[in-house]
Design a protein. Sequence first.
Length: 167
Amino acid sequence: MAYLLDANVFIQAKNLQYGFDFCPGFWDWLAQGYAAGRLRSIRQVGDELSAGGDELAAWADAQDDGFFPQPDAAVLVAAQRVSAWVLQQGYEPAAVNTFMQVADFWLVAAALAGHHTLVTHEVASPSTRKIKIPNVCIGLGVDFMSPYQMLRREQARFILGPAPAAS
């Protein structure tokens, strides 16, 4: 079992709590977690991050292909289950069309196929206008949690060290 990270985990980390300039330990922790087989994401999330053209895009592009793998046969089978479930829930057609075209759809399918825990900042919502990852996870029995729950569960520690030399 591994954690599968949603794009919003990376984006919010970069923009808020774990900026590259003041918390490189977070990014090192992600790389170590991947190397240990504990976490990764999916190709569609990697593509989203790469499209940003910023420091996060450069970081995503520098990761091993296994960090952001392509869907395999098991994910394609699981995608059919995700699609069937979404179509049966009474979501507005625009919400269904949008969900089926974004990384969230494939992220849930990959988590379902691999029995992974999906990590996202999203929270469940009763709205029929936008499909939220936690709603689909609940409906399909996929484990999910917030990034902070993952960090606590994994006992992540970002310890201060010596300041880098001024350039």
